[in-house]
Design a protein around this ligand. Structure first.
Ligand code: SAH
Length: 510
């Protein structure tokens, strides 16, 4: 309804505790449509990738510093943006109302005549406990849970907290904003009669690949956290539940937990690999070595497309090739109907998957990755003698496949639809992370990524810092050996998931 005048509205949305995909579906939908997003420091910045390209994004950190905002300023921005006709999302870490100053924001909006909706989020306490095997409630020893702000413990003359009651609380205490105040929280509880032997735990960066857990008796927890240099954001959990059950700590027991994995594809590919690493509990470090560039404006491609119906087979060699081919089709005002009865081969399951959104099921999906073997399989699958075959591939792929098919009697037209240009990463920053021991694995998904990476980072660093190297398949491994690097593991299934499976196997055995 285009003519309808939109009522000013602000959505107070919980971003979830840290990990981006712990936001609610409702929150994610609203982020996709908002005109203006006003965001806290604790919300995962990855979520902003959901925003429209033209959305206005305003960061409102409320810490001390030149760029910080007062609550009054934030309230005013919210109301002003909504009154100027924009759909506003106010994105807050965790749940928007849990220690989130939601009352003030909602009241200001009310007073300004701006409608609002609250979208709950997973609050840090719940997520921190569940990502460390600590059960906040348990019928045996925790029939009640209290969520408390640790700010109250610090330097405030008048406190709303009754330490006498908290020290006797028969359940689990969870302190938000507790790290600075940890020594005084612990001593106030003990002074008021809680046992210094009471289990306590501190969870920092909950649900993120950098999550840390410190467990110690209440009397020693502050000292232990100091020793381990724990930094905010962190929560303090006190009570019998805080002892946890190491067997239930599923997140930190994952084989990739705590491991830094460098991903070395093009920027889009790296974002995809990073999501997969995070989903397995690892810490991705994105180091782009390549930039994918379409070559579909070349005559060679346009000619092949114009004479498309003469081909009996079209071969796609990668998901990138599929994506770029269909982008070009769309730009030229065409669609999947160009294929008519043409048979399609997709090399590898990911390439076949990339075809599916376009309504196309590949006729033949070989899983091998050397050109010679592919040619052998395709010839084994169908008689190619006298057939016209169009290969749509990367400019830098090897010629083995085309040569093999020609040897089998096919007339091959080999067209490059994209190329990978070298891309420079921030080598100094990566070397610093390597020096600090934050990198355990280097991962490679193509020979060109290997070349790109080791043109920037010296191959000796692999050995001198004890880095492990994982390769997606034999062609990539060969290139690693050529640049003088030992391959610790090669994927059995030649995909990113296969690569990560192989690394997990090594870590599980370690
Ligand atoms: N509205 C938020 C809390 C805001 S107060 C929520 O519902 O979670 C900020 C405090 O939340 C931090 O000081 C810290 O104690 C806690 N916190 C937020 N994110 C956290 C995380 N990923 N890990 C541990 N604590 C976190």
């Amino acid at each position: 309804m285009h003519n309808e005048i939109r009522k000013p509205k602000v959505y107070l949305v919980g971003a979830g505790p840290g990990r981006a995909d712990l936001i609610t579906l409702r929150g994610a939908e609203l982020l996709k449509t908002a005109d203006c997003i006003i965001v806290d420091k604790l919300a995962n910045p990855v979520l902003l990738q959901l925003a429209r390209k033209d959305a206005e994004i305003i960061h409102v950190p409320k810490r001390i510093g030149p760029d910080s905002f007062t609550q009054d300023q934030v309230n005013r921005i919210l109301a002003d943006k909504a009154l100027s006709g924009k759909t506003v999302v106010r994105l807050k870490g965790g749940d928007p109302c849990m220690f989130g100053r939601c009352t003030e924001e909602a009241q200001v909006l009310n007073a300004a005549g701006v409608e609002f909706e609250i979208v709950p989020g997973v609050t840090a306490a719940i997520a921190a406990a569940e990502y460390t095997g600590i059960m906040l409630t348990d019928r045996r020893y925790s029939s009640q849970v209290a969520f408390i702000t640790g700010r109250e413990a610090e330097g405030k003359e008048q406190t709303n907290l009754d330490w006498d009651v908290l020290a006797r609380f028969p359940g689990t205490l969870v302190f938000y904003m507790g790290i600075g105040a940890l020594p005084s929280i612990a001593s106030k509880l003990v002074e008021n009669g809680m046992s210094p032997e009471m289990p306590a735990a501190l969870v920092a960066d909950a649900t993120l690949p950098t999550q840390r857990l410190v467990q110690a008796p209440l009397g020693r927890i502050a000292e232990e956290c100091k020793k381990q240099q724990i930094e905010p954001p962190a929560l303090v959990i006190v009570g019998p539940a805080a002892a946890g059950d190491p067997g239930l700590n599923w997140f930190m027991q994952q084989p990739l937990y705590g491991k830094g994995l460098v991903v070395t594809r093009d920027p889009d590919g790296n974002a995809d690999s990073a999501r997969k690493v995070i989903a397995r509990g690892g810490r991705p470090i994105e180091y782009p070595t390549l930039a994918i560039q379409s070559l579909t404006d070349r005559n060679e491609f346009l000619r092949a497309l114009a004479e498309f119906p003469v081909y009996q087979w079209v071969i796609f060699t990668s998901a990138n090739g599929v994506r770029i081919f269909f982008e070009a089709l769309r730009k030229l005002g065409k669609d999947a109907r160009v294929f008519g009865g043409i048979k399609i081969a997709a090399i590898g399951p990911r390439t076949a998957e990339a075809l599916e959104p376009f309504g196309i099921r590949a006729d033949f999906v070989p899983e091998v990755f050397t050109g010679r073997e592919l040619a052998r399989q395709l010839i084994g699958y169908t008689d190619l003698r006298g057939k016209k075959v169009l290969m749509l591939r990367s400019e830098i792929a090897s010629d083995e496949l085309a040569e093999g098919l020609q040897a089998g009697g096919a007339a091959v037209t080999d067209v490059a639809v994209y190329t990978a240009l070298p891309h420079r990463g921030d080598d100094k920053a990566l070397i610093e992370q390597i020096r600090q021991g934050k990198v355990q694995w280097l991962t490679f998904a193509s020979p060109s990524a290997v070349r790109g990476f080791f043109e920037q980072i010296p191959a000796e660093s692999v050995h001198s810092y004890g880095l492990k190297v994982a390769s997606v398949g034999p062609v990539t491994s060969k290139e690693l050996v050529r640049v003088g690097v030992c391959v610790d593991v090669e994927a059995t299934e030649h995909t990113i998931d296969g690569l990560l499976d192989a690394i997990e196997d090594v870590e599980r055995r370690a």
